[in-house]
Design a protein around this ligand. Structure first.
Ligand SMILES: [Zn+2]
Length: 177
């Protein structure tokens, strides 16, 4: 995982929340207090956090042109429960979006989405195409058409699966071994 560079700004929060679940093994780091701590979550907030996580994942899949991995509550519905307002600094007139309620994870996520929208980075946060992965990653490819969280690991795995699926493969003309 070290080769995946974290997404910029508040998108790193979204990326790390989505990636608390390993879809292949079912391991969910929100199950542990240590895993919940970075998100300021208690067990009470777990159900809502997991709902938010999968709505985010479906949205990040949509950024990459893929259908939702499962039925989810639309992300917009969840974010509408976390109103933002425009705060203006009287001294220099600078303005920023701020959550109406500072505490909850939902408000921090809503702020991160709004900031990314302004920065033009929102649609570059995607979820990996591989069904065993669906990992969130920030697409740094020049054309913004990346499909896998990591070409080296995940993309190679996907290619291998496709290769096996269409055996025998005679495209390179070499005899099968
Ligand atoms: Zn992947």
């Amino acid at each position: 995982m070290s080769e995946r560079t974290a997404a910029p700004g508040g998108l790193a929060l979204i990326e790390s929340l989505v990636n608390t679940l390993d879809i292949e093994t079912g391991r969910d780091s929100l199950d542990t207090a240590d895993g919940r701590a970075p998100f300021g979550l208690t067990e009470d907030g777990l159900h809502a956090a997991r709902e938010l996580r999968e709505s985010l994942r479906a949205t990040l899949l949509a950024h990459a042109g893929h259908p939702p991995h499962r039925p989810v509550t639309p992300l917009g519905t969840l974010l509408s429960r976390a109103p933002l307002y425009v705060s203006v600094d009287d001294r220099d007139g600078s303005a920023a979006l701020a959550p109406a309620d500072d505490g909850p994870l939902l408000a921090r996520i809503a702020t991160a989405v709004a900031e990314a929208l302004v920065a033009g980075t929102w649609t570059r946060l995607k979820a990996c195409e591989a069904v065993t992965c669906h990992w969130a990653y920030y697409d740094r490819s020049p054309a913004g058409r990346g499909r896998w969280c990591s070409m080296r690991v995940c993309g190679a795995r996907a290619k291998m699966r496709r290769y096996r699926a269409k055996e025998p493969d005679i495209t390179d003309g070499s005899p099968a071994t």
